[in-house]
Design a protein around this ligand. Structure first.
Ligand SMILES: [Fe+2]
Ligand SMILES: [Fe+2]
Length: 406
């Protein structure tokens, strides 16, 4: 098969990206296109707005929902250590074992998936001029033909650039005409032009409340943002889509609540973002990790991931900060004398934007001004649920209720 590979930040994925994919397919040069959302792009390291899992699922869900034939999304960069340079992405993706399994997993017949494939790296004409400065461009050309979209309005002389690349590095370059809208992700965010995004992307953005004023991580330190991005990639290995996006949402909302209630925003972001990191581990593993953090305080299966998560965060992420670890440990039960940070994570867990288990409007409004009131409303709905299900309320939750005057 002739396979086009389209890497990018997709922050957000927009109609210009779709035009690129559709035009490449229409050109007849490639049989299919694999989109590869960047995990740790060499040019935009840690500068994207959203960590990789959001962008990966945004693209994948959009392409699936639109049902565009012969277009697939790869998470191959999640497996690359450090900066995911194009040359490394290509190496991983073109590896015969990987590409065959990937194509079969996307419904391509085994015989076709096992063919000797020819790979094309998709790029806009504007980036062609910089290609020779990329990391190991010669090796890139050994693995793939450059497939250049002639963008209307871009005055790059494709002929001149191609000649120089061929002369200095060898390799093949092909050009196709780009039909459709021109837009940029940064422009869309800056000018609030989300109408340039396809419907499924808009739904995704709305569900997770992304790119809004409260969720842009302003005022977060570079170090915390870097940790947030790195942990999100690490957790991708351990959590499914829904839970991973939930736990990241809790991080972003916690950072916002920390701003409102004067807590440490960096710590809130991290504690919230990792609070469910252990939730999909084997239950015996959760029990072992839980015991390590807090002995036999937690025995209920549904609670083990909280103290277990604290141990996991310490061992796998190297987090030593006790305030962060405790916020993770007590996010399900709460406890007496909770810190503001602990309350924030507890609350954000129950009301992050993708939560729909009940009408949360009133609690969300309260959470913008009165932390304890929002806590009371949340704990009381938890208590009602427990009573309905005939479950005992944990003694630590009773301590929390007492503190809140319930
Ligand atoms: Fe949890
Ligand atoms: Fe949670």
């Amino acid at each position: 098969m002739r396979i086009g590979i389209y890497g990018g930040s997709f922050d957000p994925f927009h109609n210009g990206h779709l035009a690129m994919i559709r035009s490449a397919l229409k050109s007849g040069i490639v049989d299919c296109v694999i989109t590869v959302p960047s995990v740790c792009n060499s040019f935009k390291r840690y500068t994207s707005i959203l960590p990789a899992p959001y962008r990966y699922y945004m693209v994948r869900d959009c392409i699936d929902t639109l049902g565009i034939k012969n277009v697939y999304t790869s998470d191959v960069e999640f497996g690359i250590e450090g900066v995911s340079y194009t040359v490394l992405t290509l190496k991983a993706l073109t590896e015969p074992g990987y590409i065959k399994a990937f194509l079969e997993g996307n419904g391509v017949k085994s015989k076709k998936a096992s063919e000797d494939h020819k790979f094309y790296w998709l790029m806009g004409s504007d980036t062609l001029a910089t290609f020779e400065t990329w990391y190991k461009p010669g090796e890139i050309l050994d693995m793939a033909t450059l497939l250049v979209a002639a963008r209307p309005g871009d005055d790059t002389d494709i002929e001149v650039c191609s000649r120089s690349i061929r002369k200095n590095l060898g390799g093949d370059i092909e050009v196709f005409r780009l039909d459709g809208v021109e837009c940029s992700s940064s422009g869309i965010v800056r000018d609030d032009r989300f109408d340039m995004c396809p419907e499924p992307v808009l739904d995704f953005i709305k569900t997770h409340d992304l790119y809004s004023e409260n969720t842009r991580l302003e005022g977060i330190s570079d170090e915390a943002k870097k940790q947030f991005f790195d942990y999100s990639v690490l957790m991708y290995k351990y959590l499914g889509e829904k839970r991973l996006l939930h736990t990241l949402n809790v991080g972003i909302l916690s950072a916002h609540l920390a701003e409102v209630f004067g807590a440490d925003k960096d710590k809130a972001l991290i504690a919230g973002a990792i609070h469910d990191c252990a939730k999909e581990l084997d239950i015996d593993e959760q029990r072992r990790l839980a015991r390590e953090y807090s002995g036999d305080v937690f025995t209920d299966k549904k609670l083990l991931h909280s103290p277990g998560g604290a141990t996991f965060a310490r061992d796998k992420m190297g987090i030593e900060d006790k305030e962060i670890l405790d916020a993770v440990c007590y996010h399900t039960t709460g406890r007496g004398n909770m810190s503001v940070l602990e309350k924030i994570v507890y609350l954000a867990d129950k009301i992050e934007p993708s939560r729909t288990y009940t009408d949360l409007t009133d609690i969300r409004i309260a959470a913008e001004s009165d932390l304890d009131q929002a806590m009371r409303m949340t704990v009381s709905s938890v208590r009602d649920k427990f009573i309905k299900q005939g479950r005992d309320i944990h003694p630590m939750t009773l301590d929390l209720m007492r503190d809140l005057g319930m």
